[in-house]
Design a protein around this ligand. Structure first.
Ligand code: NDP
Length: 255
């Protein structure tokens, strides 16, 4: 039997994290790297990826990739594999927030949110999963949201996209389990990142309200999500698939 703490080790694993240059993705990468994984960060802003990779040093790489360029998924896989060999853990984390009244949201705006979250992660999942299946080893993670669990006004496109993750994770988990792959999601509550800071900008009352509804009374840190991702990707979670793990200070309990 593997003993603590090695059961949480990601040594020998190679994780590709989309949106890895900032916030939650950056923390997932740092925590996985600390747990022993080789990591590949992706995103559109090369300067941020470069900075993060040079901060982490050994076992850290990046590939510039826009997840909405659906026909470029194979290019990302080829570039990543040329750098690090087979990817054993895919983290579909890249995302954009959109706050807008439902009746003012255009089809194009809705489409962009769906492309970024749903179709972007689908394109990468189907690109990386066959190799994982061949090797009978792999794990796929999604950064969902507590928005998957609640109705939130003026955030309809984002909520629709994150809710789609719930269905994708459960369906993929059943389809991929016989091939040795696990598929899970983390549903963060409000985490202190650029995305949430923008959402609260100029609206301190909103932040107060959110803190009042969070049992722990605080915003989460990106590393709270990062360590949950390490757990889900590690051998400690070998019997865990198709789950949506809240990391939310208790918001989803409702009180
Ligand atoms: P950030 O804005 O810091 O991170 C979003 C990341 O996604 C950026 O690194 C960005 O990189 C990348 N990204 C956006 N669009 C694209 C694209 N088209 N192609 C490639 N990369 C893209 O916010 P967070 O860290 O907070 O968000 C990370 C994830 O966590 C998102 O999926 C978000 O929905 C989710 N989440 C966040 C919560 C929070 O409270 N902060 C709560 C619940 C979920 P670049 O712009 O360089 O491409």
């Amino acid at each position: 039997m593997t003993t603590f703490p090695n059961i949480f080790s990601l040594q020998g694993e190679t994780a590709l994290i989309t949106g890895g240059g900032t916030g939650i993705g950056r923390a997932i990468a740092e925590c996985m790297h600390q747990a022993g994984a080789t990591i590949v960060l992706t995103g559109r802003r090369e300067n941020l990826l470069q900075e993060q990779v040079s901060r982490l040093g050994d076992r850290a790489h990046y590939v510039v990739h826009d997840v909405t360029q659906l026909d470029q998924a194979h290019v990302l896989r080829e570039k990543a594999e040329a750098l690090v060999g087979p990817v054993t853990c895919l983290v579909n984390n890249a995302g954009i927030h959109m706050k807008k009244e439902a009746v003012k949201t255009t089809t194009q705006e809705f489409q962009l949110v769906l492309d970024t979250h749903v179709l972007g992660s689908h394109a990468l999942t189907v690109e990386f999963a066959p190799g994982m299946m061949e090797r009978k080893h792999g794990s796929i993670l999604f950064t969902a949201s507590m928005a998957s669990l609640f109705g939130i006004p003026k955030v309809i496109a984002y909520t629709a996209a994150k809710s789609a993750y719930v269905g994708m994770v459960k369906g993929l988990a059943t389809e991929f389990s016989p091939h040795g792959l696990r598929v899970n999601a983390i549903a963060p509550g409000w985490i202190d990142t650029d995305m949430s800071r923008q959402a609260f900008a100029g609206d301190p009352a909103r932040l107060e309200k959110i803190l009042a509804r969070t049992p722990t009374g605080e915003l989460g840190q990106s590393s709270d999500v990062g360590w949950a991702a390490v757990y889900l990707a590690s051998p400690a979670a070998h019997f865990v698939t198709g789950t949506i793990l809240p990391v939310d200070g208790g918001v989803s309990i409702g009180f």
